[in-house]
Design a protein around this ligand. Structure first.
Ligand SMILES: *Cc1c(COP(=O)(O)O)cnc(C)c1O
Length: 219
């Protein structure tokens, strides 16, 4: 299917209050331009190098998000090429982003990543640890915590993702109720191509979609 058609189909079924981030790893500038042309406003990148190359090549206006794990030594380059960091997965990374953002005289919107599946091979805060960490981020004036994001384990059946989305939504609500200074719990980013419908049912207002927009990923 053409990307522009796939984007239109998705934007038609996704409710207006839900932001679609096009997860564009390994995509070409032309593919990304086509998605933006069809109505995508947010682009997600996994790799700093790719984000740099693509941002240079893609001329149309969009908001760029880093959605993949960020190594601290690449934080400066990440901030130069991305508007949001959606994958703050440690306090050390938050502090590094704070230092660079201060240097750049900028306030960077970020999402805090939750390892909702408690998977050993995934980064992110465990659900029970995230509040303490976010309380410490309050003291970092150049990052603005906007919400949380989770990947969750990958399943063939999207219904299997539901408990992880529910748990992440509870964390999101708890953080919102805590009313921390400078923290605005606005964004709940969860759900990918095979699970975004379930994620939206469970409260997601940002979804990250790759395959359903662009087709199967090139090897
Ligand atoms: C690739 C990726 C997605 C999108 O995955 P699809 O299954 O292709 O929709 C979402 N989030 C992150 C962090 C990703 O790396």
């Amino acid at each position: 299917m053409k990307i522009s058609q796939a984007v239109q189909d998705v934007l038609e079924v996704v409710p207006d209050h839900v932001t679609v981030v096009a997860a564009a790893k390994h995509r070409t500038p032309a593919e990304i331009e086509e998605a933006i042309g069809a109505g995508i406003r947010h682009i997600g990148q996994n790799y700093v190098q790719e984000a740099e190359d693509l941002r240079r090549a893609v001329k149309t206006e969009a908001v760029w998000h880093l959605i993949g794990h960020l190594q601290r030594n690449k934080a400066r380059r990440a901030l130069a090429s991305c508007d949001w960091i959606d994958s703050i997965d440690s306090l050390r990374l938050a502090r590094r982003v704070e230092a660079i953002a201060a240097d750049m005289d900028r306030v960077v919107p970020v999402l805090v990543e939750i390892n909702s599946g408690r998977e050993a091979n995934k980064t992110g805060f465990l659900p029970e640890d995230v509040e303490e960490a976010v309380r410490k981020m309050v003291d970092l004036p150049h990052i603005q915590v906007k919400g949380v994001m989770t990947m969750g384990p990958r399943f063939g059946n999207p219904e299997d993702s539901r408990p992880y989305f529910v748990e992440t939504r509870r964390v999101f609500e708890r953080l919102g109720a805590a009313q921390l200074a400078h923290v605005r719990m606005e964004i709940l980013s969860m759900g990918m191509s095979n699970s975004y419908r379930v994620a939206i049912e469970e409260g997601a207002n940002m979804v990250r979609l790759g395959t359903v927009l662009f087709g199967a990923r090139p090897a």
